[in-house]
Design a binder for this molecule. Sequence first.
Ligand code: FA5
Length: 365
Amino acid sequence: MSQTTAQSIQELTNTALTELAEIDAPEALEQWRVSWLGRRGGLTAILRGLSQLALEQRRELGALGNQAKTTLEENLERRAREISQARLARAADQERIDVTLPGRPVATGRLHPTTQVVREITDAFVAMGFSVVEGPEVEWDYYNFERLNIPQGHPARDMWNTLWVDYVNEAGQQPMLLRTHTSPMQARVMEQTSPPVRVVVPGKCYRYEATDATHEWHFYQVEGLAVDAGITFADLKGTLYEFARRLFGAERKVRFRCDYFPFVEPGVDMSIDCFACQGTTKDNGGSGNSSDNGGGCRICRDSGWIEIMGAGMVHPQVLAGVGYDPEQYTGFAFGLGPERIAMLKYGIDDIRHFYSNDLRFLRQF
Ligand code: FA5
């Protein structure tokens, strides 16, 4: 009996160890443990059966059974270690790093060309004592038109093709829009401050317009506003002239011509002489070397001049509307388009390049 049981303990140990040697996954190890060493496992059943034996046999076979248990446990532990080391080795093999390979270049971002030009423009005005403020892109009709001397039904509203927000108030009006220009910030700033005012306002504008080489339906503007006692048209000219020199070079000449904007009086548009052909075309009023070569240049469209912004003296109605006394205070305002300025500076032939997300274009700046 003791012979047979000792033999069966030995056989069980051998079978278990043979099975164990073939295992190479941690999940299978656990199954193995349950089936040999678990509460209902093979070895446990044998050890339990010892209780029916005589004391002498029990002592002898009990020792053998415990030895078998220790052997199985030790082998289980060793196999678990071997499996996990093999796994680590496999993973390391797959992820091997070749430290001699050259590094991958880091993709560095950069500022969008419009942002670069907006900053160049605002920097030029900051250097002349202006502060930078920003305002909402979703605006009230009140600030975009009414406070700018453009009441409901005024034909000048047609100068700005407007995208209206789909919101109707209790009075049945649709008073909210995407701002068509940065000029609404004139009234917003003046409402919040007393003179002297000197601000520039960069920001996005929207118009319900078909796009072409010089028109986008969304684009940037930089607004400028200076109000104080005694500001004259000479201040407007001097400031904008200095701005043009800073952005386009010390040699630039500027030209002002009458223009109409309901919120300024008088209103002007400002042009600079063409920096590409140096104003050497017929229609330059003699400001260039007047070679009259008839060729002109693509950038200034043969005129010798490039229009860069609208401007004027702030209309007394606008000043009065925000509670400033137009008898005491005067001011000037201007609004320019940074994309158009970037097009001129860098010879870009189509404004639509700016927002078409073509990296071949963007990487050039
Ligand atoms: C205005 O929007 C006035 N608020 C400017 C102003 C401000 C006048 C203060 C007087 C005093 P205008 O519609 O011309 O004016 O636009 C001004 C500039 O915005 C243009 O010179 C142009 O550079 C830019 N701009 C206008 N429409 C577009 C467009 N669709 N796409 C790209 N740029 C545009």
